[in-house]
Design a protein around this ligand. Structure first.
Ligand SMILES: [Ca+2]
Ligand SMILES: [Ca+2]
Ligand SMILES: [Ca+2]
Length: 1022
């Protein structure tokens, strides 16, 4: 609980205070000329008032929601987006490794793509005419109002008699990880007749069979689609199976070689551009890694002059006289840029997704591998092959050889069909039975008539077929509503480490039945969480949106939950592996919402696979490498995981290794003085080379956590040792690192000229203090230094417009653009700018912003904290950037999970599960505050009201159970409680209490367990 807090009684009053202190201070300090970040942030009173307004649910219409990609699949079950117009996108559910980049290009404006055909439409029968209107951006007026975890899209049109509201979400129930990790998305589609006459209306739903989506071009197999009715549900079931061997009548005809590139030139093939040269390559080219896998002496290899040049190579027209085209391919993997295309009927269409009948790319590997196209459906047609190199960056070339026409695929499939990563099943299930779909499709006509409604079809994986289900049109009187439920499920178990979901389900059909059998509970609990978090809270709605949006990272490629129960994370989607200790140092959301997942990461990685028993080193990517910040953070995370446990089992099991982890850091300290002075690798991907409070504060907080855990374990000797080092470190840090306004780094720049911050103002300089607040460990440096340092971070590093500063100091990667606000990693307001200073110094990371904002809340800097969050919200406006995808080194970056630390700070939340202790000290509107909270086994809503002589606290449990032995609250200044009463379910419970400063601690005489619907009421009276 925070000890010294400035309460906001009236927002405007406090805004004045901020201005006054800023101006008075600014006059005294002479700033470096190049430090163009304004001290006065020019936040007006109305800006601040606006930020604190409770406000309504956010809604974006039409193009303003263009970039939206809201994850709506289950936790660690892939990455399926709900786009701004209610269509689905991305579809990364097929276990393909997706590398989303190192950050250079992640902050950009784009609409997520959809490689799979799926959707819903509203069917209306009126005056004997049947029409369908798709639920997409063309419907009319389309509004996106999703709040994670529940997507919400509304559709209306003046020329259509039905208004539609669609919810799309995967069950999301805090503390129930398994039911939140289903490979499934639920849809609730509500139709409302807005016309003045009765109509008949229903839903048309469709889904392409995308099983083997990535392998399809190189395997000989069939897709199979069945429409089944089970348990009163209609389901489209998509699978794949082996193609039957050819029958005697299908004996292969002789193979026809199209070209082997063995001639002195390209013959009648036409080359354009520079990349192909005048003749086939003779093998590996200059400065190229060895090329292999080609046949004979010649091949196409466009690394001629490196990756830079472009060009095309096009065959003369030929007849497709066999069932397959076989070839060898290597080189770059860029779709449409390093590819081989099949063009039909002489149409030299520009390579585009729809304009080429077959295409293939390499795998960023110089080795040529067999590949084939199944062209049986194109037999007899005239075709051309075109090889394209329109890429210049890394892997901007393509290698091709030995193109043949044959009746059988030349190569054997890459592994058994059943073992392929994208082999599995997908299902679209309707909660009700469906009706004569073919009749509806034919009545609608047009594109709908092309959809399949036939049960049990098979077709080659090279082809594509979309299957539909139609519900029976029902009479809707004017104003009447009807809701339909659908479930989209998938089951692709062939992931290297397996999926947790595969422990429970054998097919997408099983998943579909599970989510529909348990629909009421799964959807009900998800909505209860949404209600508790968003609707019932007094916090600003936009702020709740922002702080919860990052939790969506759980349902992206960033997070995996393995079959063995281990939670594992990239830093960003497909980028930088190993639940990296230092990036995940910032992540609070998972630990507070699904503590079992973080416990598994501690036990199975940090104190498991990544732990070095001999030294206590925690390999920071579960490897042999040391990160100073990650090592200290591991101790803090262990304590947090203990606090979020129902009992002491986790601590008892892991204490010997937690202690060793801390002892490793103490060894780096070297002389037990509480300062780590050696080389400290850290999250900036560089090493700090002297004492500093970035690693130092984490170290001191870890010592405090170690002290607490040692006490609980009865290891008093170690507790004392931690305390002693901690006290020395806090004192020495102020003596040696305090510059009068903030903490600096003590370093010899002559010896270590690169990557230091020295006299700079590092935004993360109090990282460990922020952690200490999250865990109730108190101050590690004197309160006045902490407060002033945070003020300096705000003053020197937060820019209302990053443009002017970044114009002078270009960041390595742009995560904010001119005109947008942001908090810089590090600046040098009073000393020369270190061009070789700490890496990423001129960048803006949301994870750091939340870390700092959360800490600011604990120190009473609530406006500044909320302004920083507002800056993130402004940058991630869906007209510009997907609001659910905060990027850094890759998409959906894990550091952004830090947002939950802001949320817990706003509630002044403190919790110790094994001790049954829960406390709150709201930082905003403490006179009338309400917010959701989570504990080890249950969650609910907390409210506080102050009136006259009474402070009323209510803890209402909504889900699970909550064991309580003690409570803590904060009373106004000069509020001396005369009586504290406690009732639950109308009965009073015995307690005693103590008051220290403004903190009231209440001890219950008897243990109390709250169950859902029960409320604990505490009345504190003067
Ligand atoms: Ca050859
Ligand atoms: Ca090239
Ligand atoms: Ca030392």
């Amino acid at each position: 609980m925070r000890k010294y807090r400035t309460f906001i009684i009236a927002v405007a009053y406090l805004a004045c205070c901020v201005f006054i202190t800023v101006h008075a201070w600014a006059e005294k300090i002479k700033l470096r000329a190049g430090h163009v970040i304004p001290v006065d942030k020019k936040l007006s009173r109305s800006d601040i008032k606006g930020m604190f307004r409770r406000g309504e649910r956010l809604v974006w219409a039409g193009q303003d929601a263009n970039t939206v990609g809201m994850p709506v699949g289950g936790i660690a079950a892939g990455q399926l987006y709900l786009r701004g117009d209610g269509t689905l996108g991305l579809w990364q559910i097929f276990n393909k490794h997706i590398f989303s980049g190192y950050g250079a290009t992640n902050y950009r404006t784009y609409k997520p793509e959809s490689p799979v055909d799926s959707g819903f439409g509203v069917v209306v029968k009126q005056d004997d005419k049947t029409t369908v209107r798709k639920l997409d951006h063309k419907f009319g007026k389309v509004e996106f109002a999703g709040e994670y975890p529940i997507g919400l899209v509304r559709y209306g049109a003046g020329d259509f008699p039905v208004k539609v509201e669609m919810e799309a979400f995967s069950p999301f129930i805090p503390l129930n990880a398994r039911d939140s990790a289903l490979p499934a998305t639920l849809f609730h589609i509500t139709l409302e007749n807005t016309s003045s006459q009765s109509i008949q209306a229903g839903i048309l739903a469709w889904l392409e069979n995308a099983v083997c989506i990535d392998s399809a071009p190189s395997i000989h197999a069939l897709r199979r689609t069945r429409i089944v009715n089970e348990k009163g549900r209609a389901m489209i079931v998509h699978t794949a199976e082996k193609a039957p061997p050819p029958t005697a009548a299908e004996q292969p005809r002789p193979t026809v070689a199209l070209t082997d590139f063995e001639g002195p030139d390209y013959g009648d093939w036409k080359a354009t551009g520079e990349a192909f040269g005048k003749k086939p390559a003779g093998g590996t080219l200059a400065n190229q890694n060895p090329v292999s896998g080609f046949i004979g002496k010649g091949l196409v290899n466009t690394f001629l002059g490196g990756d830079g040049p472009h060009g095309t190579l096009t065959s003369p027209p030929f007849e497709i006289s066999r069932k397959f085209i076989n070839f060898l391919i290597g080189g770059g993997s860029q779709q449409r840029q390093t590819c081989i295309n099949l063009l039909i009927d002489g149409k030299r269409r520009q390579p585009s997704p729809g304009g080429v009948v077959r295409t293939a790319v390499g795998k960023d590997n110089e080795k040529l591998e067999s590949y084939f196209w199944d062209v049986s459906e194109l037999e007899g047609k005239s075709a051309q092959i075109q090889i394209v190199d329109s890429a210049s960056g890394g892997w901007g070339h393509i290698n091709i050889d030995q193109i043949e026409l044959a009746d059988a695929p030349q190569q054997t499939p890459p592994g058994e069909l059943e073992d392929l990563p994208d082999y599995g099943s997908m299902v679209l299930a309707c909660g009700n039975t469906c009706w004569q779909t073919r009749t509806v499709l034919d009545a609608v006509g047009g594109w709908a008539a092309q959809l399949n409604a036939e049960n049990d079809i098979t077709f080659p994986v090279s082809g594509s077929k979309t299957t539909a289900l139609a519900t029976q049109p029902l009479n809707l009187a004017p104003g009447q509503k009807q809701t339909y439920t659908f479930a989209l499920t998938w089951h692709f178990p062939n992931f290297k480490q397996g999926h947790e979901y595969a422990n429970r389900f054998n097919s997408a059909s099983e998943v579909a039945h599970y989510v529909l059998d348990n629909h009421e509970r799964l959807a009900g609990d998800t909505k209860k969480w949404h209600q508790t978090f968003y609707e019932d809270s007094t916090l600003p709605r936009w702020l709740l949106f922002r702080l919860h949006s990052t939790v969506a990272n759980l349902a992206t490629g960033t997070c995996q939950w393995w079959k063995n129960g281990r939670f594992w994370g990239w830093e960003g989607v497909g980028c930088c592996e190993g639940t990296c200790t230092h990036v995940w140092n910032y992540a609070h959301a998972v630990a507070r919402l699904f503590p079992e997942l973080e416990r598994s990461a501690r036990e199975m990685q940090d104190f498991g696979e990544g732990f070095h028993e001999d030294t206590g080193l925690v390999g920071f990517r579960s490897d042999n490498n040391y990160a100073a910040d990650g090592q200290c953070g591991t101790v803090l995370k262990a304590y947090r995981e203990h606090l979020m446990s129902a009992d002491s089992g986790f601590l008892k099991r892991n204490w010997p290794r937690i202690k060793k982890t801390l002892e490793f850091s103490i060894k780096q300290d070297g002389n037990d003085d509480g300062l780590i002075e050696n080389s400290q690798h850290n999250t900036f991907d560089i090493n700090f080379e002297g004492p500093n409070t970035f690693v130092g504060s984490l170290y001191l907080a870890a010592l405090r956590a170690g002290e607490e855990m040692a006490k609980e374990m009865g290891d008093d000797e170690f507790a004392k040792r931690c305390r002693k080092i901690f006290e020395s470190g806090g004192k020495l840090s102020v003596e040696r690192l305090w510059d009068g306004e903030y903490f600096i780094e003590e370093v010899d720049l002559a010896k270590h000229p690169k990557f230091q911050y020295e006299k700079g103002c590092l935004s993360d300089q109090l990282f460990g203090q922020g952690w200490a607040e999250q865990l109730g460990l108190g101050y590690i440096y004197p309160a006045e230094n902490v407060k002033q340092a945070l003020q300096s971070v705000w003053r020197y590093n937060w820019a209302p417009d990053i443009g002017p500063y970044n114009a002078d100091y270009k960041p390595e990667r742009w995560f904010a653009r001119e005109g947008e606000p942001g908090l810089f990693t590090c600046t040098w307001p009073k000393s020369p700018y270190l061009a070789d200073g700490v890496r990423y110094k001129d960048e803006v990371w949301t994870g750091i912003e939340y870390q700092v904002a959360g800490h600011m809340v604990w120190e009473g800097m609530v406006e500044e904290a909320v302004a920083i969050c507002d800056g993130v919200q402004k940058r991630y406006d869906p007209a510009k950037h997907n609001p659910f995808n905060e990027v850094e080194c890759g998409d959906h970056y894990a550091r952004a999970f830090a947002s939950w630390g802001v949320y817990t700070a706003l509630a002044g939340y403190e919790y110790h599960g094994p001790k049954g202790h829960l406390g709150f000290a709201p930082a905003v509107t403490p006179d009338d505050f309400r917010a959701a909270f989570t504990a080890a086994e249950g969650w609910g809503t907390f409210s506080q009201k102050r009136k006259d002589k009474t402070q009323l606290e209510q803890i209402e449990l909504r889900w699970g159970r909550l064991a309580l032995k003690s409570l803590a609250f904060e009373v106004p200044e000069n509020f001396k409680p005369a009586e504290v009463t406690l009732t639950t379910a109308g009965k009073s419970a015995k307690c005693d209490y103590t008051l220290k400063d403004r903190r009231v601690e209440i001890n219950l005489k008897d243990d109390l367990i709250l169950t859902p619907g029960q409320m604990l009421v505490v009345t504190i009276q003067r």
